[in-house]
Write a protein of this length. Sequence first.
Length: 210
Amino acid sequence: MNIAVDQRALARLPQQQRAIDRFELVLQEAQTLLAEEGLAGFSIPAVAARLGYTRASIYKFFPTPYAVLNELVRRHFAGLEQTLVADAAQLARRDWQDVVRAIVHAAAAFHNEHPTGMMLALGGAVTDESYRSYELTVRHLGGLARQLLQARGLTVAAEPVDVATLAVDVATTCFRHSYIAHRLITPDYERAAADVMIDFLARQLGLQKA
């Protein structure tokens, strides 16, 4: 991507512990407010009122509401990536299709366990920076998928088409449709995400499906 970064849409990370504590409290309260009221009820004045803070004390770290939302999106995707990387280490001896289903299951479970993050991550990009976080995560997870397949002797091209990243993206699209329809990743959509990912990889790599 080549989208200019709007600094007002980014959190200003504090350095001192007292400021870090306040920064984290703002994010925690923002999550609570989003869970209760959704995006329509979210604002920095509302968060400030709930915490008993001045608006200025929040604007110091979050110049706009988008800065709060983008930080929450960034953390959600970072947590998802960490979870899947950790799970991947336990899949060394499983068939490639079992690996795909296990990774999709872990991703669905992570989203469902973090409903506010799921709302922001799958409900539609809030800003260009939100989309940037999504794209970066999909690329990283595509790299993880490539490594897992290559460990099984399967060569996954990155050029001229990034097959692994596209596979992750189509599975994520299934998740997004599930969220829009049901506000969670249902078992049916989880299976559909795994199926389309396996179908796509099998077709691209000339593999047989079980």
